[in-house]
Design a protein around this ligand. Structure first.
Ligand code: ARG
Length: 466
């Protein structure tokens, strides 16, 4: 790249310039490589704008028709891959407008009446982010469906529940999966909340102050599916909190995905052996023939970095920017696209992994039996049957666990007389609650892990997700 190279002055704004930009200036200024992805939104925005310009008598019917047809042709060219994007035309807005002039000639010059690239890009970008929110919600629903389906099949598959990653109490695998369904459902609702707030149309704010032309902002807003026009022209062109909010929701979703991904990584390790990922979501090692690596899960876990990074990126770009538009804001798109691309891929990969993973029910149950996981059940039995205060029962159970540990046996293998050496009132009846199945089945409180409850919840979700 030669930084001394001077090009012809820009055909869109070059009127007051005697020379064009150097190559470096063009390189830093152009955004076409990134924002060409906004072409559909840009054409939709322009069509809404010219329809309104005609309806309000600002441009003639013939000019409107010519512009509309030209835009249709451009859409076909871009779709068909024949459109030539040019860096010297900076961005998608000017690339399309310049091509329009090639195709229809003079009427093209009327398209930009009562509009600026500032409100144009704000509108295009809102449309893009709005669709990204919709797509993300749909992808979340697909994932939730896969999780709820696996939950119905595993409503009574007992596994160890952990706190501090130490064995805590038996739970069911279905219950564990439904925990993520709840999390992803809240994520989906965050995207719909964000969508409601962003669904106002900035088009017509023009450069920053509004316009003297008698435009109809209600008309363009409703043509583009917005609830209403934005109320303040300065805010319209200088706010990107809609994208920040969407990336915030994306970051929380990515955090949830990374937790599930991490659990898949642990569960597929031979040290756990709780689940097996299908061949399509595992990879081998080039040196260790026995390996079956959960690469997709690890990459979903890592994508959180990229997604949270894009939120940070845009927060830092926006921080301290004075009103109204500043070119800094052109950097909003690369990072937002990157964040949503990563999220879409992570959601699809996770849905794929969940959809065909195989639970190893025996291994899960065996693991549930480790770590004295039914100790709380003993304490609860002492409270229920012997009417002990819970604190005392906790203490007695602690002694029972210590004895089992000393004798290297599990709680249900400890002899009755050994238990009675600690609390003489314990009877044989206590053994009925010591299995991991009984423990899980007993947790029937609202939101608890009992298989009947899990089955009902999984069915409720499957019906809701239809
Ligand atoms: N490419 C620009 C962006 O994405 C479009 C708006 C440019 N406006 C301007 N006044 N230079 O932000």
């Amino acid at each position: 790249m030669k930084n001394k190279t001077e090009t012809k002055e820009n055909q869109m704004w070059g009127g007051r310039f005697s020379r064009g930009p150097t190559a470096i200036m063009e390189e830093i200024n152009a955004s076409i490589d990134i924002d060409k992805r906004l072409w559909r939104e840009d054409i939709a925005g322009s069509k809404a704008h010219v329809a309104m310009l005609e309806a309000t008598g600002i441009i003639s019917h013939d000019d409107k028709t010519a512009i509309d047809q030209g835009l249709n042709q451009i859409a076909k060219e871009i779709e068909g891959g024949t459109f030539e994007f040019s860096k010297s035309l900076e961005d998608i807005h000017m690339n399309i407008e310049a091509r329009l002039k090639d195709i229809i000639g003079a009427p093209a010059g009327r398209l930009h009446t009562a509009r600026s690239r500032n409100d144009q890009v704000a509108t295009d970008f809102r449309l893009w982010v709005r669709r990204a929110c919709d797509d993300t919600q749909a992808a979340l629903k697909t994932l939730m469906h896969a999780l709820a389906t696996a939950a119905t099949e595993n409503a009574d598959t007992v596994m160890p529940g952990f706190t501090h990653l130490q064995t805590a109490q038996p739970v069911t695998f279905g219950h564990h999966l439904l925990a993520y369904v709840e999390m992803f459902a809240r994520d989906a609702s965050r995207f719909s909340d964000a969508r409601k707030r962003m669904n106002e149309c900035p088009l017509g704010a023009a450069a920053l102050a509004g316009t003297a032309f008698p435009i109809d902002r209600q008309a363009t807003a409703s043509a583009l599916g917005f609830d209403r026009p934005t109320a303040n022209s300065l805010d319209s062109v200088s706010s990107r909190d809609f994208a920040l909010e969407a990336l915030g929701a994306a970051s929380i979703t990515a955090t949830h995905l990374s937790r599930l991904a991490e659990e898949l990584v642990m569960w597929t390790s031979p040290h756990f052996g709780f689940v097996t990922l299908s061949d399509s979501f595992s990879t081998g090692s080039s040196i260790m023939p026995q390996k079956r690596n959960p690469d997709a899960a690890e990459l979903v876990r890592a994508k959180a970095g990229r997604i949270i990074g894009s939120l940070n990126n845009l927060l830092i770009v926006m921080k301290g920017l004075p009103l109204a538009y500043a070119k800094d804001m052109q950097e909003d798109k690369a990072t937002t696209f990157e964040g949503f691309d990563a999220l879409a891929l992570a959601l699809a990969a996770m849905a794929g992994m969940i959809g065909d993973l195989k639970p190893n029910k025996e291994a899960m149950k065996d693991a549930a039996k480790l770590g004295y996981s039914t100790a709380t059940d003993i304490a609860d039995w002492l409270v229920r049957v012997l009417d002990m205060p819970f604190r005392d029962a906790h203490h007695v159970t602690g002694a029972v666990v210590a004895l089992a540990e000393k004798k290297s046996v599990t709680l249900d293998q400890l002899a009755l007389k050994d238990m009675q050496s600690i609390e003489p009132r314990i009877t044989n009846d206590i053994f009925s609650i010591l299995t991991v199945d009984a423990s899980a089945a007993s947790r029937t409180s609202y939101g608890g892990t009992a298989p009947d409850n899990v089955k009902q919840e999984a069915d409720r979700w499957l019906a809701a997700l239809k």
